[in-house]
Ligand binder design. Structure first.
Ligand code: IMP
Length: 208
């Protein structure tokens, strides 16, 4: 195993999730901790795209390694796209996932069923530091998952807004499905599938 890919996250769980879903032979996925990086990139972008680029560039330049960053969140139509890039911080830094779900439901209490459309969005950015002559130093891909926001939480799987994110075709919230099932329909799963193709090209591997 000689190819290295830095995952721009302090979350070990995310590195494992990426490892499982990218499933690339001969590529070693590293976390920021593996590289001894404690620095926190400031996610000051206005879009998921901007934030994923910021993280990929900051950690790619710090480490000198090819780096993959992601940014994701929930966009609710009736709230003009909120919580959006603030999904993880909606209502303030100190709230729990349950508190944020409660805040979201409260902010949508007068929104009728027909207008409760929402989507999860994930943007992944791959950054190759160093060589100025590489034309594709930055490659971004996106994935979305469409649904409706319920009136109350249902299900105990997943995290974040999963208990209130209902998928009509499954008649379930994303907190009622297994992680395997979620991988196949989720915003992150779709984006990772696209990024896997880019990584296979980059590392010149074919292990399907
Ligand atoms: P991050 O990009 O992993 O930091 O995620 C940003 C935030 O968006 C999370 O803290 C969650 O609140 C929300 N989010 C992103 N993806 C999901 C998901 O698959 N289920 C539930 N919430 C999510």
């Amino acid at each position: 195993m000689h190819n290295k890919l830095l995952i721009a996250s302090h979350n070990k769980g995310k590195v494992k999730e990426f490892q499982r879903m990218l499933n690339l032979d001969g590529v070693e996925l590293l976390s920021l901790e593996d590289q001894g990086i404690t620095f926190e990139a400031v996610e000051c972008g206005k879009t998921f795209q901007e934030n994923s680029e910021i993280k990929a560039k900051v950690y790619g330049n710090l480490s000198g390694l090819i780096t993959l960053a992601d940014d994701s969140g929930l966009s609710v139509d009736s709230l003009n796209g909120a919580p959006g890039v603030l999904s993880a911080r909606y209502g303030g830094e100190n709230l729990s996932d349950e508190d944020r779900v409660e805040l979201l439901l409260n902010n949508m209490r007068n929104v009728p069923v027909a207008e409760r459309q929402a989507k999860f969005i994930a943007v992944l950015t791959l950054y190759r530091p160093g060589n100025k002559n590489i034309s594709n130093k930055l490659i971004s891909v996106a994935g979305t998952c469409e649904g409706l926001i319920t009136n109350s939480p249902v299900g105990t799987n997943g995290f974040g807004y999963d208990p209130v994110f209902y998928i009509p075709s499954l008649k379930k919230t994303t907190a009622q499905i297994s992680s395997m099932e979620k991988d196949s329909i989720s915003h992150r799963g779709k984006a990772l599938k696209k990024m896997r193709i880019e990584l296979q090209k980059l590392y010149n591997i074919d292990n399907d």
